[in-house]
Design a protein around this ligand. Structure first.
Ligand code: HEM
Length: 426
């Protein structure tokens, strides 16, 4: 009996805390948004596609121990601590500086040629283009990191399931987590998201754990030349296994789905916009010639291709928590005309570029947290898209009308097409 009072007070404390949390923001000058419900907050306003919902509060998207994140993550680190600064500088030196990006051009080209060769063998057949592009990109990273391919271009033969694991991790990362809204429940992991994330993370680590072990052994016994790939450099710089795992998982997750979905959306838009497709084909024909191959040094001479990529990133930004913009019909906002739909030409006579400080167009973010992979992604997306359009005349299966193509978006850490794009390369 004597325990009744303290026990009930203990039970009530979280509820008082939650109600207080809902009341306090009323006195702050917050940006306009839907009025939160007591206790529930904006959770009911989030909806199925949170990146375009009018909710005020956006959840923390990942569930992991914050101390571990801050010591090992670039992507999710909550402040700009020394670890974050070191990791960004390390990646910039070895992966993303202009010199590093250029030194990897031959590898990107090789992996794209392999993809084109594979697609040649599929002429006339229906393929899921995102699976093949994803694999080409993953193999580029695999070779940069471990000097090894990570998946099979014939996606039906993939047994490691690496793409599935990455997609699952990204899905879990984007799932609204009760404890993101109510941190008081954090330790309970009520939806089991942390537990599931750990399972998939371990599966991904297993893809390269053996390689890391072998590399450590070979380096310490002096049986291989040093610094042949990024893993060598990490080992040489004293990275622990946990540091290696975190950095690789983040680079692979951040760098594969974003680039793949940009190319998939670009292909879908091009198939729907025949005039744009013809203009792009004409540019490629005139600048590349009819029996030449596409290499990166030629990519920068293709302004219409660059405009198409920018237009894709404008309409379908792969990082959806930066708000996507698309006007279903031409309209005026504050005396500005907002033209409808896809029109890459808007970028031809304009200096707006995601590499500059043009804050009206920031698909890679901006400022100190701007995407460090931008220079790499830019080369990769241009090269793959140009190659697909140059070597193939793609159509939709069963003579489907491109205007009926399903363009629904699926919310996630990266913005995917709800229905994967199926094409027939000819
Ligand atoms: C089309 C391709 C890509 C797009 C649109 C994109 C977009 C973004 C965006 C919007 C952010 C958040 C920026 C912010 O918080 O302000 C980001 C962060 C990041 N991206 Fe990318 N990204 C792409 C490709 C890549 C690639 C290829 C890599 C490298 C493998 C990469 C690695 C990262 C990392 C590590 C961060 C975290 C940076 C930090 O928090 O300091 N991304 N990206």
């Amino acid at each position: 009996m004597e325990y009744t009072l303290p026990a009930s007070v203990l039970i009530l404390i979280p509820f008082f805390a939650l109600i207080l949390e809902q009341l306090v923001p009323k006195y702050l000058n917050l940006p306009p948004g839907r009025r939160p419900w007591p206790v529930l907050g904006n959770i009911l306003h989030i909806g199925k596609i949170p990146h375009i919902s009018p909710a005020r509060s956006v959840p923390r998207v990942v569930s992991y121990e914050l101390s571990v994140i801050d010591q090992h993550s670039i992507l999710w680190s909550s402040d700009l601590n020394n670890h974050w600064k070191f990791s960004r500088a390390f990646c910039r030196t070895h992966l993303f500086s202009p010199k590093a990006v250029e030194s990897h051009a031959a590898l990107r080209e090789k992996k794209v040629f392999e993809m084109i060769d594979f697609l040649m063998s599929k002429k006339g057949k229906t393929v899921k283009i995102s699976e093949i592009v994803f694999c080409a990109i993953l193999n580029t990273w695999g070779n940069l990191f471990f000097s090894k391919d990570l998946c099979h271009l014939d996606y039906e033969m993939n047994t490691s399931g690496i793409k599935h694991i990455i997609r699952k991790l990204l899905e879990l990362g984007a799932m609204p987590n009760v404890s993101d809204f109510y941190p008081v429940f954090d330790a309970l992991d009520m939806q089991g998201l942390r537990k599931k994330t750990k399972i998939y993370q371990d599966q991904l680590f297993n893809v390269w754990n053996e390689i890391v072990k072998e590399k450590r052994h070979a380096i310490s016994s002096g049986s291989i030349m040093k610094n042949q790939d990024f893993l060598d450099v990490m080992i040489d710089s004293g990275f622990s296994d946990l540091q290696i795992n975190f950095l690789l998982i983040e680079l692979i997750a951040a760098g594969s789905d974003t680039t793949t979905s940009t190319i998939e959306w670009a292909m879908a838009e091009l198939l729907r916009n025949k005039d744009v497709m013809h203009k792009l084909q004409a540019e490629l024909k005139s600048k590349i010639g009819s029996d030449d191959t596409i290499i990166e040094s030629k990519i920068n001479e293709l302004p219409y291709l660059a405009a198409c990529v920018k237009e894709t990133l404008r309409i379908h930004p792969p990082s959806p928590l930066l708000i996507p913009r698309r006007a279903p019909k031409t309209c005026k906002i504050m005396n500005y005309t907002i033209p409808k739909n896809s029109r890459p030409e808007r970028f031809l006579d304009s200096n707006v570029d995601f590499r500059r400080q043009n804050f009206e167009f920031i698909p890679f973010g901006a400022g100190r947290r701007i995407c460090p992979g931008l220079p790499f992604a830019r080369q990769e997306v241009h090269l793959i898209l140009a190659s697909l359009i140059y070597y193939f005349e793609c159509s939709l299966p069963n003579d489907e009308d491109p205007m009926q193509l399903d363009m629904e978006e699926k919310f996630g850490v990266t913005l995917q097409k709800e229905k994967p794009l199926l094409v027939v390369p000819i």
